[in-house]
Design a protein around this ligand. Structure first.
Ligand code: NAP
Length: 256
C-alpha cells in the first residue's frame, strides 16, 4: 500500500512508453499506486498499459515535451488529479560530434531532460507537498562527467542532478526526492541517440535492478541513488581517475 497518510495515490510517470518508464510502471503498480502514463507514442504507451495487472486503475496522456504547448497540454490533461508522486523520467540524448549534430536536437535535449522536469515540478509541487508525496528525477552518471560526443546530454543531466539534489535538501522533511543516476542500461536510449552498439557495454545493468534501487532509496526517505555494482564502479572511476586521463578514455570510448 502507498505509505502516505492522505488518500492521494496517483503517480505521474513521464516517458512511460518503454525502458525505465515501463519498469517504473510495473514496480509502482505493485505498490498499489494509480498511474498516469505519459509519452508521445500512443501504441507503445498502450503496450505499457497492457503489461499492467489493473489497467482500469491507470490512464494515458500524450504530450511532446519539446512541442511549443507540450508541457501546457500535459498539465491541462492531468488537471484535478491529486498526485502523490512524480517520476521525471522522459529524456533522450544525441550522439555525435557537436558541430555535426543539428542545433535543434541539441536544444531539444535541454528542453526534455532539464527544462521539462523543472517546469513540471514547479507546477505540481504545491499538490505534492500537500500530500507529503515524492519525486523521482531520472538523471544519469553522464551528469557526473563531461561526455565528448554527447556533450549537451551530459550538460543537461549535470543540471538535472544539481537541481534535484539542491531541491532534495531544500524540501527535506516535506517531500521525498530521489535523484537516480544510472550508467549505461539496455533501453531504447542508445538506439535513439544514434550511439554505436559497442560503447559502455561492460557497465550495462538490468533495468529491473535500477528501478528497484530507486524505489528502495525512496522507501528510505529519498537520496542520491547510483544503482547496481557496475554503475557504482563507474562512478568510483569517474571520481578517482584524473580528469585529463578520464576525458581521453571517454572520448575514445564514445567515438568508437
Ligand atoms: N538507458 C540508459 O543508458 C540511461 C542511463 C542513464 C539515464 N537514462 C535516462 O533514463 C530516462 C529514460 O530513458 P530510457 O533509457 O528508458 O530510454 P527510452 O527507452 O528511449 O525511453 C525514453 C522515454 O522518454 C520519452 N520521451 C523522449 N522524448 C520525449 C519528448 N520530447 N516528449 C515526451 N516524451 C519523450 C519517450 O517517449 P516516446 O517514446 O513515447 O516518445 C520514452 O518513453 C531518460 O531520462 C534517460 O536520459 C538512461
Amino acid at each position: 500500500m502507498p505509505e502516505q497518510s492522505t488518500n492521494a495515490n496517483t503517480v505521474l510517470i513521464t516517458g512511460a512508453s518503454g525502458g525505465f518508464g515501463l519498469e517504473f510502471a510495473k514496480q509502482l503498480e505493485l505498490l498499489d499506486y494509480s498511474l498516469i502514463l505519459h509519452g508521445r507514442d500512443k501504441a507503445r504507451l498502450q503496450m505499457t498499459m497492457n503489461t499492467l495487472k489493473h489497467p482500469e486503475r491507470h490512464s494515458i496522456v500524450q504530450a511532446d515535451l519539446n512541442a511549443k504547448h507540450g508541457l501546457t497540454s500535459l498539465l491541462h490533461a492531468i488537471e484535478g488529479k491529486n498526485l502523490i508522486g512524480l517520476v521525471n523520467n522522459a529524456g533522450f540524448g544525441i550522439w555525435g560530434g557537436f558541430l555535426q549534430t543539428g542545433v535543434v536536437p541539441q536544444i531539444d535535449v535541454i528542453k526534455t531532460d532539464l527544462k521539462a522536469p523543472i517546469a513540471l515540478t514547479h507546477a505540481l509541487l504545491p499538490g505534492l507537498l500537500r500530500n507529503k508525496g515524492f519525486i523521482i528525477n531520472v538523471s544519469s552518471l553522464a551528469g557526473e562527467y563531461p561526455l565528448p560526443y554527447m556533450s549537451t546530454y551530459a550538460a543537461a543531466k549535470a543540471g538535472l542532478t544539481y537541481w534535484s539534489e539542491a531541491l532534495r535538501i531544500e524540501l527535506d522533511g516535506k517531500l521525498r526526492i530521489v535523484t537516480l543516476a544510472p550508467g549505461p542500461s539496455p533501453t531504447g536510449f542508445r538506439e535513439i541517440s544514434g550511439m554505436p552498439h559497442s560503447t559502455g557495454s561492460f557497465f550495462r545493468t538490468p533495468i529491473a535492478i535500477i528501478i528497484e534501487a530507486a524505489l528502495r532509496t525512496l522507501k528510505k526517505g529519498g537520496g542520491y541513488c547510483i544503482p547496481g555494482w557496475r554503475h557504482k564502479l563507474l562512478y568510483a572511476m569517474q571520481k578517482t581517475i584524473p580528469r585529463v586521463i578520464g576525458l581521453r578514455i571517454m572520448a575514445k570510448q564514445m567515438r568508437s
